[in-house]
Design a protein around this ligand. Structure first.
Ligand code: ATR
Length: 268
């Protein structure tokens, strides 16, 4: 089975290791390529990969929105997120899926973090943030607050989600005085070595912080959350594993067991 990840950069991705683990456990042989290309090469690169017998592709930054142009159809999740992280070939052409949000929710549940009836905030307005909103609303929080440094970027955007649950939009600094059971950082601030500037005392008793990034990019927000008294802080490495498991399910029809992989990657 021929699989690949497309992005820029891709060299340090953990995806090959994850998919090789799934392949090994299911007795399949895979070739997993890392393909780096610029935005204007995405369409031709994707089409060439599938024309040459590719079975599935993961898409990472900065191509998650660009690659929508190569899709014949989009899942509801991908359409709402305005981003695709998984390409699946079918009879009609390429189908664009987004497994990031459901992958994150699977990781939160694995970590024992309650969502139903809880107050949750998502910080950030980009594709990463938009991808997690509907899967979070599906878990029936009491309220989901969507916040961004520049609140104008959220204006009018909440309409698309209101059918799925209670979502309100705020500026980051207007969160002052609010309390959350779960605060999720979906900004790009960590990639510049920063935590988003947020008011003090945002964590409710037992409140937890989660960063969609992992490695050094997750650290500034998680350090800030620890200093603010968060009961637990989690980087998004588990989300990476779970989004890959859901992508694997799209490609093969089988949902892999991720237990051992979480242990291995946490130990590493
Ligand atoms: P992606 O699609 O990967 O999510 P993006 O579209 O570049 O990335 O979005 C970047 C997000 O990170 C935005 O929400 C941005 O906030 P603004 O819209 O106000 O610019 C947020 N972000 C980046 N650096 C930040 C910082 N230092 N503090 C707070 N938010 C930041």
């Amino acid at each position: 089975m021929k699989l690949a990840l497309i992005g820029q950069p891709v060299a340090h991705s953990r995806s090959p290791q994850i998919h090789k683990h799934f392949a090994h456990n299911s007795g399949r042989e895979i070739q997993f390529d890392l393909i780096e290309c610029s935005s204007d090469e995405v369409d031709t690169t994707v089409k060439a990969f599938f024309a040459a017998g590719g079975h599935g592709m993961n898409v990472t930054l900065p191509h998650k929105a660009t690659v929508m142009g190569s899709c014949a159809a989009l899942s509801h999740e991908a359409e709402l997120a305005g981003a695709v992280n998984t390409l699946v070939p079918d009879a009609q052409g390429l189908r664009g899926e987004n497994t990031d949000g459901r992958g994150m929710v699977r990781d939160l549940k694995r970590l024992g973090i309650a969502l139903k009836g809880k107050r949750i905030a998502v910080i950030g307005a980009g594709g990463a943030a938009r991808g997690v909103l509907k899967p979070l609303l599906d878990e029936q929080p009491s309220e989901l607050v969507w916040a961004n440094r520049n609140p104008l970027k959220l204006e009018g955007r909440e309409q698309a989600y209101l059918a799925h649950g209670p979502l309100v939009c705020r500026a980051n600094l207007a969160l002052k005085g609010d309390r959350f059971d779960l605060l999720i950082n979906a900004t790009a601030a960590g990639h510049h070595g920063q935590a988003p500037r947020l008011p003090q005392q945002l964590f409710a008793a037992g409140g937890v912080a989660y960063d969609l990034s992992y490695g050094p990019a997750a650290q500034p927000f998680l350090d800030w959350a620890t200093a603010q008294g968060a009961a637990a802080v989690h980087p998004g490495i588990g989300m990476l594993i779970e989004q890959a498991a859901l992508a694997w399910q799209h490609w093969t029809g089988e949902l892999p067991d991720t237990t051992a992989l979480h242990q291995d990657m946490a130990a590493a």
